[in-house]
Design a protein around this ligand. Structure first.
Ligand code: FMN
Length: 418
């Protein structure tokens, strides 16, 4: 558990503001100190006195307050925290941060802070689904803001749908999770901090797969899937930044390989299998590719013609299982083997089964139902499954998932006895 961390809690003016009181209790139970800032609208819902009583600290509400400024300036207030959280986050405060507006204490602090920001939006479903809010969400995600919720559920306004704030326990878990990673953002142009400059994977060889595979039907047609390679390529870049020598075995993708990694381009699952085994030994193997399970048993040498007798019957056979073949290596197994499980249902059950069946150390399970936009999209929401348990990550840009995953694997590998 992460303890003795300072949270700056910004409460904005939504009906869910009262739930922040319970969040404070949950955070204090976990050993966090919580300093509260309230917007003018938030004070219409809950009195600052309740927040002062539960946090045990003065509550800040005004930007232009001489006594507050003398006691603790607004810049200092924004920096004297390990994490800034906006709970609830109104559509208004999301919009202000997305457009760089700083017209009260809360929005000024959000803009002036040097730590990561976590937001728990709460609003009517039409406000949430409004294209303006969705645009702001995209902008904020790109800017590195972390989100927890909103969930689907009954609304105070009597409607049902997305917009209901995540529950305080869920938010407390997301906060703990964020604090496992460095949260301070270095000033632009500043020398890298010792932690960002450190290379936890220096001297390690990371071998990973990315993208789809193409399984030929004939010389012009193939079976494929919607994987873009963005998540796998981002992991390759993160591993490189962590100091590793990286071999990226990639299927056909529309994106360039990150600089400084050794790219091995393949087309089929069999070629990917062969390339992976040819590039062993490795310290870490990460199977992020969406490898086709089946191939056409006997691809035609010439283009299959329409004969007028109906479509040809394609006979399929199974492709080799690359992840299992690495996980089960008797000799020369990498120290750490991680795989992705793209699922459209029963994420946890299927992910756990894959962990055992493929003898992996970690499964990154993600929901690839079309409505999630994960396949080919910019963001990912993953569930980490290890023998020790399950961890849900909030929706994050794929680059951030990559950074956090590599930091996690680097730590786990450093703890292994060689
Ligand atoms: C009864 C009531 C409930 C509201 N609930 C929400 C809400 O849940 N989410 C939201 O984004 N705005 C809600 N609003 C609107 C905000 O209070 C309003 O946009 C305000 O300007 C937000 O200011 P702030 O972001 O500075 O706190 C509500 C307004 C009223 C009157």
């Amino acid at each position: 558990m992460v303890k003795s961390k300072r949270i700056l809690l910004i409460v904005s003016g939504g009906i869910a503001a009262y739930k922040s009181l319970e969040l404070i209790r949950r955070l204090r139970e976990r050993g966090f100190s919580v300093r509260v800032v309230m917007t003018k609208a938030a004070q219409e819902f809950v009195s600052p006195l309740s927040f002062a009583a539960l946090s045990g600290q003065k509550v800040y509400t005004e930007l232009f307050a001489l006594t507050d400024e003398a006691e603790m300036g607004h810049i200092e207030l924004s920096r004297d925290a390990d994490l800034v959280v906006a709970v609830p986050a109104t559509a208004n405060i999301m919009g202000k941060l997305a457009s760089g507006i700083a017209d009260d204490l809360a929005s000024t602090l959000l803009l002036a802070t040097d730590t990561k920001i976590l937001m728990a939006p709460a609003m009517n479903l039409r406000m949430w689904l409004n294209p303006a809010t969705q645009r702001n969400l995209e902008t904020l995600l790109r800017d590195g803001v972390i989100f927890v919720g909103p969930n689907d559920g009954d609304m105070a306004c009597g409607e049902f749908g997305p917009g209901r704030m995540a529950e305080p326990l869920e938010i407390a878990a997301a906060i703990e999770n964020c604090l496992k990673q460095p949260t301070k953002i270095p000033a632009p142009g500043a020398a890298a901090s010792p932690s960002s400059g450190s290379k936890p994977l220096a001297g390690r060889h990371v071998l990973l797969t990315s993208g789809p595979t193409h399984e030929p039907i004939d010389p012009v047609r193939y079976i494929a899937n919607r994987s873009s390679g963005r998540q796998g390529h981002a992991i390759a870049a993160a591993a490189r930044d962590a100091g590793a020598r990286v071999t990226l075995v990639s299927g056909p993708v529309p994106i360039a390989a990150p600089h400084g990694v050794n790219l091995v381009s393949v087309e089929t699952a069999q070629q990917m299998y062969d390339a992976v085994h040819a590039h062993l030994p490795a310290d870490i193997f990460i199977g992020a590719a969406a490898v086709a399970d089946w191939k056409v048993s006997a691809p035609s040498k010439g283009k299959i013609k329409k004969t007028g007798d109906g479509p040809p019957a394609l006979s399929l056979s199974e492709n080799p299982d690359i992840l299992a073949s690495i996980g089960k290596l008797k000799k020369g197994r990498p120290l750490y083997v991680a795989g992705f499980a793209a699922e459209t249902g029963e994420l946890e059950k299927n992910g756990r089964a894959k962990l055992v069946k493929k003898a992996c150390d970690l499964i990154v399970a993600n929901d690839v139902n079309p409505e999630t936009g994960v396949m080919g999209g910019d963001f990912n929401t993953v569930r980490l499954i290890t023998k020790a348990g399950i961890e849900d990550w909030p929706i994050l840009p794929k680059e951030e998932v990559a950074n956090q995953l590599i930091a996690r694997i680097a730590k786990l590998v450093s703890e292994l006895k060689r």
